[in-house]
Every structure is written in C-alpha cells, then in structure tokens.
Ligand binder design. Sequence first.
Ligand code: CDM
Ligand code: ATP
Length: 315
Amino acid sequence: MTESKTEPTTHTGRGTGTDAVTVRVPAKVNVQLAVGAARPDGFHDLANVFLAVGLYDEVTVTPADELRITCEGPDADQVPLDATNLAARAALELARRYGVEPGVHLHIAKDIPVAGGMAGGSADGAGALLACDALWGTHASREELLDICAELGSDVPFSLVGGAALGVGRGEQLRTLEVGATFHWVFAIAERGLSTPAVFREFDRMNEGVRIPEPVASQELLDALAKGDAGALARAVSNDLQPAALSLFPALADTLAAGRNAGALAALVSGSGPTTAFLAADAESARAVADALRASGTCRTVRVTDGPAPGATVV
Ligand SMILES: C[C@](O)(CO)[C@H](O)COP(=O)(O)OP(=O)(O)OC[C@H]1O[C@@H](n2ccc(N)nc2=O)[C@H](O)[C@@H]1O
Ligand SMILES: Nc1ncnc2c1ncn2[C@@H]1O[C@H](COP(=O)(O)OP(=O)(O)OP(=O)(O)O)[C@@H](O)[C@H]1O
C-alpha cells in the first residue's frame, strides 16, 4: 500500500461511470448518550440517540493497481493513510468477503473534524464500503453492509443509515427514529482532539465504585424528536460522557458557557468530544450563537448546519 498526503486536482473523476464512485456521508451528534457499566469485552452498553447533521466527508474510489489512500481537507494531516484508516479497513473487508482484489484508490475529501466526537472516521468507513460495493459490483445486501459496518466500529452502522436512530448494544444495533422537523445546530470545533477510548476510560475512572444503571432512551427525548419540538429536545438532551470529556479538557466548559450565553437552547459535548454542540431555535438564532462563539475565542472553528441529514449516498 502506498501513501500520499497530497492529491492531484483531477482526483475525483466524477461522472465517469463505473470508473469512479463518490459517496457522501454525514457527521453525527448524539442527542442522548446514556452509558452503562464497562462490559467484560471492554465496551459499554449504550442508549445512543444519533442525529445525522449536514457536515459531510466524501469518499471517491477509483480502480488502482493496489490499495492506496489519500486525503484532502483542513485536518488531512491528522488522518492515517495506512491500513488502519477505517476507509481502507472497509474496502479490505468487503474484498475479503467477496474474493475481490482490493486494487482501489480511496480518496477522502474530509470536512468532518478529526477526533472530534462527530464520527468522521466512521463516515469514511461507511462511505468506502458503499463506494467499493458499487465500483466492484459486489451488490452486498443492506444487512451484510450493516454487518461489516458493525465490525468496523460502533458508530459506523449509523454513518451508513443517517437520519436519526437509537443505537443499543455498543451503539451498533439501530432502530430508525421519526423526526418531525429540521433542527438547527452550531458546532464549535476545539483546538485539539480527544481519543474516544481515553474518554470511556475516564468515564470508568470517575464512576469507580458507583452502581451504574442500565442505559435507557428517554421517552421525552424521543417524543421531542418525533414532534420536531426544539425546546422540548433542548430540555431532554444528555451526554453521560460529558463529565469525562470535561475532566480531560476543562476549557470546554468555557465554550459551552459562551454558546449558552448567546442564546443556545441547549449546549452539550458531542459524543466523546471535544466538539461542542449547540441547539438553536431557528437558523437566525444559530447564526447569532455562531458569531458569539467565534468572538469568544474559545474554539478553533465554528460550523452552522442542521439535521437530520441523509446517510451515506452515492453522488
Ligand atoms: C462515543 C461514540 O462516538 C458515541 O456515538 C461511540 O460510542 C464511539 O464509537 P466508535 O468511535 O465507533 O468506537 P469503536 O471504534 O467501536 O470503539 C473505540 C473504543 O471506544 C470505547 N467504546 C466504544 C463504544 C462503546 N459502546 N463502548 C466503548 O467503551 C472502547 O474503548 C473502544 O475500544
Ligand atoms: N478515515 C479516518 N478519518 C479520521 N480518522 C481516522 C480515520 N480512520 C482512522 N482514523 C483514526 O481514528 C481516530 C479517531 O478519528 P475520528 O475522526 O473518527 O474521531 P471521532 O469523530 O471522535 O470518532 P467517534 O465520534 O466515532 O468516536 C483518529 O485520530 C485516527 O487516528
């Protein structure tokens, strides 16, 4: 496998029929993340309410002599370009199951923050899987694609499905949820990333000796999503990993406060963080929250978007 950080401008090859396939995959925010006790396998049972939002990575696959991966985007230098990349792992697993030679160039146009708690790597895994399935004509069933996704990571099945879903088990067993309206979000991207395993370890450390209840989805939250009621959703959002993320990255408290003071209906850490998520009443209020966050100097970048967004889609 060869590696390269830079990419010629002609990389996408869109519109060239079966010679190139591009898949667009959304980021996620967890509107509820209830975390149970550590399991014997080291994972935690979750009640994980995912909402896909309109920040996207695009994965383009083209035939090549060998598996090759490149990445472009502001965070491209933080993305591994070897076989540990989730896009590479997805391609290799599909090739293994179908006896296909994994000769493919995977190009990632990365807009989702890296190590930000928004499932960027998972998005690339789901995108590469769908793209290679189309390029190679393997025609894997939806069930098999979801099975491969679950093998790649807990968040990967949701990246494929998008919309809104409740994830149980380690988050990979999904039930699609109804959403009654578009919700407006602002995301504050932090100066550095946080490691997901480190945040779960900190959760364990902080809860040592504590009896942790079974994680359960909040009915109020599911109702708020179904009704499209932003105020009710704001009252119901929760993230059990937030104290652990704040313990590892205390300055996030300042970002949360800046967004709250600017009129966000809710402010929370997205998943394992350190991206912070702000629910706004409408698009105008989202812009005001974004301006205040930028002026606060408490984050690296601010993004305004909405959700639910569709899952992995061939474009
Ligand atoms: C925090 C979330 O992003 C919320 O959606 C996910 O739970 C993490 O999903 P992910 O990044 O796909 O995580 P995986 O690649 O499956 O696991 C990475 C590590 O996170 C921890 N992990 C993850 C999921 C889970 N239910 N329990 C865990 O304890 C484990 O230490 C695991 O080794
Ligand atoms: N395609 C990829 N894009 C980004 N990171 C990747 C990718 N494949 C593997 N990684 C590795 O995974 C780590 C976590 O990156 P990622 O951007 O997925 O974090 P995250 O968004 O916090 O994940 P999640 O929200 O699913 O817990 C990175 O630091 C990197 O080492």
